[in-house]
Design a protein around this ligand. Structure first.
Ligand SMILES: *Cc1c(COP(=O)(O)O)cnc(C)c1O
Length: 236
């Protein structure tokens, strides 16, 4: 497909929405990063949005992501892994991503750390940034560490020297009310502040906010929003 015929006008709309919220809620300019949640989208779509100025893309499925990365190897993209992590996939994730948002157990972090150590002698010696996914709503069906187990996990992950713990991620239950959406994100902010205080860390990244709760997330302190539908249209 020719990238000229892919409509990227939604990028400006979403960036404007983010900029407006940043200003309205007195957040620092540039403090919220847009991640294009590009699962199921063709490499040609990613290429067109990259050309339009989007530099960060999040993928949920490793095999799908690797195929697209091969086709887009000429582009300077920051790749984020945002899907559920199976332990047998950690080596390739450590090799092919800059950020991993969905770490929710120590075993996964340890494996990423070991693989990163193996890579550190090679040309792939970039930093692997880690976020811990928190299951804020205690949903049975969802991944994520339970809030009451977060402190122990964060303490152990922060000691791993080949990966860099940067913050927290959440996929809150869809809520209609702005204030409820906001309260959810505030709980995540509070958890992060507690980790920084109790463990002496300087976590600076909160990945929360999707198409339906973007503004509430920014108002409460999100630093990374993961947007699919509002950028690329409805998924099939
Ligand atoms: C699909 C997905 C998104 C984007 O969701 P939209 O509602 O399409 O904006 C964000 N985060 C994760 C983890 C996703 O899987």
């Amino acid at each position: 497909m020719n990238s000229l015929i892919i409509d990227t006008t939604n990028l400006d709309k979403v960036l404007k929405k983010i900029a407006t919220a940043v200003q309205h809620y007195n957040r620092d300019a540039g403090s919220v990063r847009l991640i294009g949640a590009s699962k199921t989208r063709d490499a040609s779509v990613i290429r067109a949005f990259h050309e339009a100025g989007l530099t960060d893309f999040g993928e949920n499925y490793l095999d799908e992501a690797l195929k697209k990365q091969t086709l887009l190897g000429d582009l300077d993209i920051q790749w984020h892994f945002i899907g559920h992590i199976q332990s047998n996939k950690t080596k390739l994730i450590a090799q092919h991503f800059h950020w991993v948002h969905s770490v929710d157990r120590l075993k996964i972090a340890q494996r990423l750390n070991t693989h990163k150590e193996e890579l550190n002698n090679s040309t792939l010696a970039s930093q692997l940034n880690i976020l811990l996914q928190v299951n804020l709503d205690h949903e049975q069906s969802k991944s994520g560490v339970r809030p009451e187990e977060l402190l122990t996990l964060a303490e152990n992950v922060s000691k791993l020297s080949n990966i860099k713990l940067r913050g927290l991620m959440a996929i809150p239950k869809p809520r209609k009310q702005f204030e409820e959406q906001q309260n959810c994100v505030t709980r995540l902010v509070t958890l992060q502040q507690e980790l920084n205080q109790k463990l002496g860390l300087s976590l600076d990244t909160l990945s929360v906010g999707m198409s339906n709760d973007l503004e509430a997330a920014i108002s409460a302190g999100s630093t990374m929003v993961r947007i699919g539908t509002d950028l690329f249209g409805q998924r099939n």
